[in-house]
Design a protein around this ligand. Sequence first.
Ligand SMILES: [Zn+2]
Length: 145
Amino acid sequence: MNHCHDIEALISGYIDQELSQQKAQRVRLHIESCDKCRNVYQDLLAIRKEMGQLQYPECEEAKQERIMNEPVSKMLGIVGWVLLIIGLIGFMGWQAFTFYTQPAVPTWAKIGVLLIELAVLGLFLSVLRQRLIARKTDKYRNVKL
Ligand SMILES: [Zn+2]
């Protein structure tokens, strides 16, 4: 069952090509058979075209890449990562002297918390590593140009 109300909510995403294939199919089939929603779709499409806001996925990607390569946000990103890792390591160090030395806390709980923290730290480091590798290839690309 396709209610017009549900479809109308999806039309904007349909125009921006942000919907999953399944949802896009649902919208497409519905606006083919429903005059009211087709009108909404065509009105919205006309407005988007007029405002030059018709976005395609590749444009969106390029925009995102530009934002990510913008110096200030790049620097803030690095500062954020450094602070996050320093904070996490500091927290774990503090815990080593408080939480882990508590006789009241059972050993299995200490091991559990430690494993979770190591997992989080490992994930952070792996993402950070990917970021650094991506940055290196970025530089390489820039040199080649
Ligand atoms: Zn409809």
